[in-house]
Design a protein around this ligand. Structure first.
Ligand SMILES: O=c1ccn([C@@H]2O[C@H](COP(=O)(O)O)[C@@H](O)[C@H]2O)c(=O)[nH]1
Length: 220
């Protein structure tokens, strides 16, 4: 998944066209959705799968209604923040039942969180189990927590992992990171990559490089 963290539709569509079939999914987050809204979701959704990453975190009724709106947009994946608690997660899952093709996942502990890794592992696992029990399809976590979450929640429970960096790339604000091969070996189902691709001098070459590292891990 490539995170389209760009300011406007023009740049988002240019990246989409440049990356083409090197990626299957695009992630639309706060910056782009606030700027361009549902029209851009429809444009990206015409050619690729869309993960609407707005991390809903509010009272249960408000989140359930937001999930319903996301379902009407036709996105393929949407998320809430597990920190909203079990009632909020259950309300979101109930609202998502009307959209069986849309995956609903919960953010466990942000990959930028500075909490110690050992503590993040415990909290992420607790939140993942809460999300599974509430009926969600999976979680956003770091690669470091993915294997334990899969082990505890089952092989069909999806792990989506941002915080992907390779070579001598700058970690920027990310704390719990791994490279694409490590993510595959760690049990990640979907890797989220933003700046290492969208800010690269050649985004397509960077996407292909990430892909080749993923494939080499799959072949081992
Ligand atoms: O825990 C989380 C949850 C979401 N994200 C999002 O993923 C991308 C990562 O971007 P990079 O530029 O590759 O760091 C970004 O859109 C975040 O909002 C995350 O990083 N961590």
């Amino acid at each position: 998944m490539v995170a389209l963290d760009v300011p406007d539709a023009g740049q988002a569509l240019a990246l989409r066209d440049q990356l083409g079939d090197t990626v299957g999914w695009f992630k639309i987050g706060l910056r782009l959705f606030v700027a361009e809204g549902p029209q851009l979701v429809a444009a990206i959704g015409a050619t690729h799968k869309v993960f609407l990453d707005l991390k809903f975190h509010d009272i249960p009724n408000t989140v359930a209604e937001a999930i319903e709106s996301a379902g009407r947009l036709g996105v393929d994946m949407v998320n809430v923040h597990a920190g909203g608690g079990v009632e909020m997660l259950a309300a979101a899952a109930k609202a998502a039942e009307a959209f069986p093709d849309m995956l609903l996942i919960a953010v466990t502990v942000l990959t930028s969180d500075s909490m110690p890794k050992e503590q993040a592992a415990v909290v992420a696992l607790e939140r993942a189990q809460m999300a599974r029990d509430a009926g969600l399809d999976g979680v956003v976590c770091s690669v470091h927590e993915a294997a334990a979450i899969k082990h505890a929640c089952g092989p069909h429970f999806i792990t989506v992992t941002p915080g992907i960096r390779w070579g001598d790339q700058d970690l920027q604000d990310q704390k719990r990171v791994a490279d694409p091969a490590g993510a595959i070996r760690g049990g990640s189902d979907y890797l989220v990559v933003g700046r290492p691709i969208i800010k690269a001098a050649d985004p397509r070459a960077a996407a292909l490089e990430a892909q080749s590292m993923m494939h080499s891990a799959l072949c081992l």
